[in-house]
Design a binder for this molecule. Structure first.
Ligand code: ASP
Length: 338
């Protein structure tokens, strides 16, 4: 097992270019297709390791990683923590509820404080769009965006691409090129950083993306991203190869965006009957947390052959291991990266 470059990855990025020239991972918007593929390829070794009974690599031994979470999280926080620990780093979690943020400290002062402790990487989740970049500009180590407001959630999109690639490979496809796939993302597109990061990532991988939401939850001008916006869920599902469902982000809503959860389910909930509008073997995805009976029914979420929701979570650890490994290579003086 090697943490540097797999032969497939090496052959994918243009000659003379670094596989991953960025210090930080703030968004998919900063990445080119070959960089996305490089991250996915690098994650494969960690998928394998994570399936062994002993899951330890000591690549990051002696390094300190701070997970600074200013917003709640289950999957992302745990997964970054497990990823760092499996790579041998010392991982420290900071929750906003227990931090000086509650005492009125500004984000910039918090960043300067974290930086003074000399971490080797900082993982940030924050409720404000752009917060990760603000912190990245103030600190000396790599910064990874674990979700900033409505802006981006890059590791989510990368893990989604990896989970999709695995499913496509199971079906005999290379999974390296999503050209020809129609992917429908349905839900609260307006407030979703997952939607934005996925649109950018899936398109970079070649897919055609449709987005579906009630008018109040569809950002105006979203078509500039090259997606097809639709309000009719049945039309949005027609012949879709992948259906990605999103939760209503009520914590970001000021005022009433939908009449009721029941009405929303009636119009936009993914039921078994509705899934029939999609391609016969359409793959079902959801980033979690799911609200069963609202945006997705249990019999769809739990479909063994079609739903890859659990695999998305599994791939999350591997992708975060790949990101932490790659972004700390300069700090570790890895040959060719220092
Ligand atoms: N877990 C994802 C996020 O942090 C999706 C969600 O919360 O609905 O954005």
């Amino acid at each position: 097992m090697t943490s540097t470059q797999s032969p497939t990855a090496q052959s994918r990025f243009p000659a003379g270019r670094l596989a991953f020239p960025h210090r930080d991972l703030t968004g998919i918007g900063q990445l080119e297709r070959h960089e996305i593929l490089y991250l996915l390829d690098q994650a494969e070794q960690w998928v394998e390791l994570n399936r062994q009974s002993t899951k330890h690599a000591d690549l990051l031994a002696g390094l300190t990683i701070i997970n600074a979470f200013f917003e709640n999280s289950t999957r992302t926080l745990l997964s970054f923590e497990i990823a760092g620990k499996r790579l041998g780093a010392d991982v420290v979690n900071m929750h906003a509820a227990q931090s000086s943020v509650k005492k009125g400290e500004t984000l910039i002062d918090t960043a300067i404080t974290l930086n003074a402790m000399r971490p080797d990487a900082i993982v940030i989740r924050h409720g404000s769009s752009g917060a990760t970049q603000l912190i990245a500009d103030k600190v000396d180590c790599p910064v990874l965006n674990a979700g900033d407001g409505q802006h981006e959630h890059p590791t989510q999109a990368l893990l989604d691409a990896l989970a999709l690639r695995h499913k496509l490979r199971e079906r005999g496809d290379s999974g390296d090129d999503f050209t020809g796939l129609t992917i429908t993302i349905c839900g609260d597109i307006l407030h979703s950083r997952v939607a934005r990061s996925n649109i950018l990532c899936l398109q970079a991988m070649g897919a055609s993306v449709r987005v579906c939401a009630p008018p109040a939850l569809m950002p105006s001008g979203i078509d500039v991203l090259g997606v097809e916006p639709l309000h009719d869920f049945d039309a949005a599902l027609r012949n879709a190869d992948v259906v990605m469902m999103l939760r209503l982000q009520t914590e970001r809503m000021e005022g009433q965006f939908i009449p009721s959860a029941r009405e929303y389910h009636h119009l936009y909930g993914l039921t078994n009957a509705r899934l029939a509008f999609a391609a016969g073997d359409a793959i079902v995805m959801h980033p979690g947390p799911m609200n069963r009976g609202v945006e997705i029914d249990s019999d769809v979420a739990d479909m063994l052959d079609r739903s890859i929701i659990t695999q998305q979570v599994e791939m999350g650890v591997a992708i975060r291991m790949a990101c932490l490994d790659i972004l700390t290579r300069r700090v570790r003086g890895v040959e060719g990266w220092a």
